[in-house]
Design a protein around this ligand. Structure first.
Ligand code: ADP
Ligand code: 5GP
Length: 235
């Protein structure tokens, strides 16, 4: 392990938490930064596992004490990455995985330029809406919250081309395998020695998801959110 930082962003409901859970059970030596948030736990979420749930006053105290690597206001709640997770992952010789929104990702791409960034897209808008509605039964959220997330999704997706890798989360197991290949191949690229055949296959699999290799694949997805390519923000 070499102290790599992986940043994963996606519109809410794309399946990022599901993919990250799959990745964490496949790949050792990968620590997950548990963010702080002022939003309430949903469904079966537990304090300290998905998030540390704090009130606004506690979050604002942490901001004043410079405890965050980055933080942002997402859907009216604060979310932030505590600096100590990066320090601890380095001390353990592990890599660190951050699940953060596009605002947090651009703050970190400036302060940690070697971080490897991955953007997860839903297959299309209708499927994103279906997943949000399905999950809302567990979350007890109303239709207006879902509509707001769909509007935010279109804005977030405009930023996809600021990321190194783009993963369309269509078939779940395929997506978990792809994410695993991306992480393992980034590690392998930084270690020495000749590649064996399985390692070459791993690198080739991960390369399929590099930004220049997915531009065509994402066009119909952008179109389903009514986003012309011309509206997409470049790196
Ligand atoms: P996010 O963390 O991006 O907000 P979740 O991981 O909570 O999203 O997933 C949103 C919903 O979509 C959940 O109900 C989840 O089970 C479902 N889901 C995730 N990935 C897929 C997939 N590839 N196919 C179908 N449903 C999925
Ligand atoms: P959710 O409430 O659905 O778990 O997350 C909402 C959004 O907040 C997601 O886009 C998620 O990536 C983002 N998020 C979670 N933790 C952080 C964080 O620490 N910093 C930032 N900037 N965004 C975060």
């Amino acid at each position: 392990m070499s102290g790599l930082v992986f940043i994963i962003s996606a519109p809410s409901g794309s399946g990022k938490s599901t993919l990250v859970n799959g990745l964490r059970s496949n790949v050792p030596g990968l620590e997950f930064s548990v963010s702080y948030t002022t939003r309430k736990p949903r469904g079966v979420e537990k304090q300290g596992y998905e998030y540390f749930y704090v009130d606004r006053a506690a979050f604002e105290r942490m901001i004043e004490q410079h405890e965050f690597l980055e933080y942002a206001d997402v859907f009216g709640n604060y979310y932030g990455t505590a600096r100590r997770f990066l320090v601890e992952a380095h001390a353990h010789g592990n890599d660190l995985l951050l699940d953060i929104d596009v605002q947090g990702a651009s703050q970190l791409q400036a302060s940690l330029p070697d971080a490897i960034s991955i953007f997860i897209l839903p297959p299309n808008r209708a499927e994103l809406e279906r997943r949000l509605r399905c999950r809302s039964e567990a979350e007890h959220v109303d239709g207006e919250i879902i509509n707001r997330r769909l509007r935010t999704a279109a804005k977030e997706i405009e930023n996809y081309s600021k990321y190194s890798y783009i993963l369309v989360n269509d078939h779940l197991q395929e997506s978990i395998d792809a994410l695993t290949a991306i992480v393992l191949s980034e590690r392998r690229k930084r270690s020495r020695g000749e590649l064996c055949e399985s390692e070459r296959a791993l690198l080739a699999k991960a390369e399929q998801y590099l930004l220049p290799n997915v531009r065509e694949r994402v066009q119909p997805i952008l179109a389903s959110f009514a986003l012309p390519e011309s509206q997409v923000v470049r790196k």
